[in-house]
Structures are given as structure tokens and as C-alpha cells.
Design a protein around this ligand. Structure first.
Ligand code: SF4
Length: 334
């Protein structure tokens, strides 16, 4: 599924697949056997500057593995990831270091992702030193001060001298964003950026991320299981289920009209402020299967309320059901 049909993509994944060899217990006893876990099974995305893609799905659907493949932290077993048109698997030496600088990630947990022994100024200046940005301490300190101001920690000098434990969760997440931005990236991946934060401070972080992405014209990916966050932050949404993108469209289009039964169930689970609204809990059955035992045919079939005989045997092919709206489901096969 392609996000856009024009050139100048910052990041492009072409039919990437990723498998892991895992040990699973046999018959629930101590003896274990090795099995292949297909974490990502042929996905494609293309993102231009200024565009944000939302990757949404349940835990274990492969969202974070997809992000790691796009950042070059995993090598795909098949397919390619291209950064500004070049295959990242071939990057070495200075080129790889430059790519690491240009592709940044914001992690879910601001409590874990900042080194507790470093002051905020050290956390921000360390990547500058590694990438040889700023010719001396003063220049790097000034850059750290500027970026803290940009992410709303004012006056920045008071925060630069603090340790992470002297800050609130929201302030720490602002530092994480500042640490990613200080290297002037082209690609920003945010993995569940507000899920560890109090509801009261989520809106502030979401506004900040939106502002930074637009102002800096970043290509970005927001990973979340929370479709309301995806709706707020993203231009396009890709719904993942067990390692595949099952539906993808411009976000508002997808929310207005979803075609895939799994997307329908996901959206049905979003809380509705209308007290008279009755949630339809019959749109999905059971739990997600273990990814080492992916069901035959359509991988969603054991949980699908619209399952037909063909679904149990044959994998559906992707079709473009409306312009720019793709779905992977036999209900729409022509
Ligand atoms: Fe449901 Fe069949 Fe569509 Fe899969 S292909 S989502 S089982 S209707």
C-alpha cells in the first residue's frame, strides 16, 4: 500500500518482511521448539516531507517492528527500505551515521528513555557532540537552550540544569521531543508518544508534536493503538493486523467510511461521548491469535463476524476501493 503517488519521499518501504526465530513451549511443557514468527508480512509505505502516517492496531500487530525496520534497527528478510531514494541496508560509515541523525524516534516511556544520571543539558548536548554539531561547548549549550525553548520548557536555563527525576512526565516527554529535534531530522517516528502520560497533559504534547512536524516539514509516523490520537495527529492511517496492513486511507476518509471488518471493530471501540450511544461489541470475536500460528487464508478470519468460506482458504488481495483508499478483504474482491 503506497501512501502517495508522487516522488520526493523521505522514507519508502517496499514489500518488507521480517521474521524472527522464537522458542515456544510444546504442549505447555518445558521442552520448547523453534518456530518462525512472521512479525511483518509484506508491507509498503511512502511518506513525503510534512506528511504524517498513523500506524494503528492492537498490541503485537507489528507496529513497533515496522518502525524499527524503517529506522534501520532491523534488517528486513525481504523487501527494501529507502531513505530519500537510497536503500538503507547499504549504508555504512559516515552515510549510516548521517542516516541515524536524520531519522529520530520518540519513545513511549519518558521515564525510561532519559538517562537518570545525566542533567538535561547533557542529554541534549551528547548527540550534538557525537554528530559533531557545534564547534564548542558554548555553541552546543546554546542549541540545547534554543530547542528547549521551542518545545515549551521556559525559561530553558532552569530546565537545563535539572535531572530527569526533577521533572514531571509531560516535561520529560518534551525533553525527549527536544532530543529528537536537536539533530534536525527529516524523519520522526513517535511510538505511543502520550500513552504513559496523564490525560490532562496529553493534549499539550499532541499539539507540540503537530506544530513541530508542520513547522519543520518532517516526514513522520505516529504509532498507536489509540485511534483518537491517530485522528488528531495524522494525514494518513494504516491499520495493521498480525503483520499486514489491512486498510489504508487518508485519515478522515478512513474514519468516515471504513471497509475492513477489523477497522470497523477498532473504531467501534473508541469511546463515544454520547451517553445514549450503544457500543456494538459484536463486531469482533475472541482474542488476537499467537503470531507464530497465523491462521490460514485471511488472518483475521477466526475473529471476523463476516467470515465466508473463501476467507478460511485464500489470502485476500489488496484492492483500491476508492481513490487512495486500500483494503485487504474478500468482501470487496471483484
Ligand atoms: Fe473477514 Fe473474510 Fe474480509 Fe477476512 S477476508 S476480513 S475474514 S470478510
Amino acid at each position: 500500500m503506497n501512501i502517495s503517488h508522487e516522488n520526493q519521499y523521505i522514507i519508502e518501504a517496499i514489500n518488507i518482511k521480517k521474521e524472527f526465530l522464537v522458542k515456544v513451549k510444546k504442549d505447555n511443557i518445558i521442552i520448547s521448539e523453534e518456530k518462525i514468527l512472521r512479525a511483518i508480512d509484506g508491507i509498503g509505505v511512502k511518506i513525503k516531507p510534512g506528511e504524517t502516517l498513523g500506524l494503528v492496531g492492537e498490541s503485537g500487530c507489528g507496529k513497533t517492528t515496522a518502525a524499527k525496520l524503517l529506522l534501520g534497527l532491523y534488517k528486513p528478510n525481504e523487501g527494501k527500505v529507502k531513505f530519500k531514494g537510497e536503500n538503507i541496508s547499504e549504508f555504512k560509515g559516515k552515510k549510516l551515521k548521517d542516516f541515524r541523525r536524520k531519522a529520530q524516534m520518540i519513545f513511549q516511556d519518558p521515564y525510561e528513555s532519559l538517562n537518570p544520571r545525566f542533567k538535561i543539558k547533557e542529554i541534549l548536548m551528547e548527540p550534538l557532540r557525537i554528530h559533531k554539531i557545534g564547534s564548542n561547548y558554548k555553541e552546543r549549550y546554546d542549541l540545547a537552550e534554543t530547542v528547549l525553548y521551542e518545545v515549551g520548557l521556559k525559561p530553558p536555563k532552569t530546565y537545563l540544569e535539572r535531572y530527569p527525576h526533577e521533572m514531571s512526565g509531560g516535561q520529560r516527554q518534551r525533553v525527549s521531543i527536544a532530543r529528537a529535534l536537536i539533530l534536525n531530522p527529516s524523519l520522526l517516528i513517535a511510538d505511543e508518544p502520550v500513552s504513559m502520560l496523564d490525560v490532562s497533559i496529553r493534549a499539550g504534547i499532541m499539539n507540540l508534536l503537530t506544530k513541530m512536524i508542520k513547522e519543520r516539514n518532517l516526514a513522520s509516523i505516529c504509532i498507536s493503538h489509540d485511534i483518537s490520537l491517530i485522528r488528531y495527529l495524522t494525514d494518513y492511517t494504516a491499520v495493521m493486523y498480525l503483520g499486514k496492513i489491512v486498510e489504508k486511507a487518508p485519515t478522515e476518509k478512513l474514519i468516515e467510511k471504513r471497509y475492513h471488518p477489523y477497522t470497523d471493530a477498532l473504531l467501534e471501540a473508541v469511546p463515544n461521548p454520547d451517553p445514549d450511544y450503544k457500543i456494538n461489541l459484536t463486531k469482533i470475536k475472541g482474542e488476537a491469535p499467537n503470531p507464530v500460528n497465523i491462521p490460514s487464508g485471511c488472518r483475521f478470519h477466526p475473529r471476523c463476524v463476516k467470515c465466508m468460506d473463501i476467507c478460511k482458504e485464500k489470502q485476500p488481495q489488496e484492492i483500491e476501493i476508492e481513490k487512495g483508499h486500500y483494503v485487504l478483504c474478500h468482501l470487496y474482491s471483484r
